[in-house]
Design a protein around this ligand. Sequence first.
Ligand SMILES: [Zn+2]
Length: 432
Amino acid sequence: MSLLVRGGLVATFAPERVERADLRIRDGLVRERAATLAAEPGETVLDASGCLITPGLVCAHTHLYSALARGMPPPAAAPANFVEILERVWWRLDRALDPGSIRVSARVGGLDALACGVTTVVDHHASPSAIPGSLALVGDELGALGLRSVLAYEITDRNGPDGARAGLEEHRAALAGTSATRAVLVGAHASFTLSDGTLFDAAALAAEHGTGLHIHVAEDRADVDDAVRRGFRDPVDRLARAGALGPRTVLAHGVHLGPAAFAEIRDAGSWVVVNPRSNANNAVGTAPFALHPGVNAALGTDGIGADMLEELRALYLAAQATRAGMGPREALGYLAAGHRMAGALLGVDLGGLGPGSAGDLVVFDYDPPTPLTAENLAAHVVFGLRTAQLRDVVAGGRILVRGGAATGVDAAEVQAKGREQAARLWRRMAEL
Ligand SMILES: [Zn+2]
């Protein structure tokens, strides 16, 4: 199957580049890139004239299991802090998940990702009452939509030793099925819900399979306080001493980390994924963006949908509000880092849009009102580009969204299934 994307202005983020180019995608990869390419017999042609093409976006940290949480009844007693938000909202929701609701939440969340131009989802899954096979459910739903995934299960000791063991075991099966469309990290909830034994087992499992951890780190002060009580500088220190840092380890948030932790993360080549909208929503503080230069820092949504352009603006504004010295180019660097991170985990170039790169791209109906060049691309993305302008999405050379509509799935049916499963899920939550 061959696809010719013709007539568009192709923008890439690292380094910033803007160029009129045609792209030929075959067998999932870009094979040719030139100013003009002639259509070959039998080739599908996607006319992107007058449009801006970017690489498919990466959401570097999310929780698809929360896709059915929108509008659910609030807990009887309002949470007063971050740990209470977990206990009264998210840990009740994840305990109520069953295979049916896991599937449908992945489908609803995956469809939302597609609608936002996200072609790779880095998911952090939890369903303590239905652990075995849950990663395959999520991965299969995303795969059926044409999305790439990086999966992980949130191992934790908060549901007892059997729950921790089941979480570890869930990765063994999933790790066997990795490819350029599906990678697996060993997930862990957060340092403050992990015993030493479970953390060591998770790190050992990751090492055994040549992969890394995906874990929340210092999202709230409580995680740091817990690590200090255990005799560590902070959770990064604890992870480092457990052998859990490395170039394939993903640390979500890092809101309450200092220069020593970031130096350690930088030296280990690990990834930090910031989620500014979630941090604001949970009132946990603002990430120390000024400590990120030199660190691999990417962007996620932490379950608040998949709109990476909205998240990027939130990142930029949060950084401005804290005088972190971030310009549009540094902000765009977080999206580019997502391509590098997921690309390294999946073993494919996700951000290059050149020969050999993944055939993952987004066509935006973006007609710039001011000159658009490589030098000011970042400002156009941060201040101008909107998800509402998204026209087409291609992943692995397949057109998944055309003219704003998903091609391979009945979106109305998915949403109807979502409403049905959400109502059941909320009833089960009320009974817990
Ligand atoms: Zn998270």
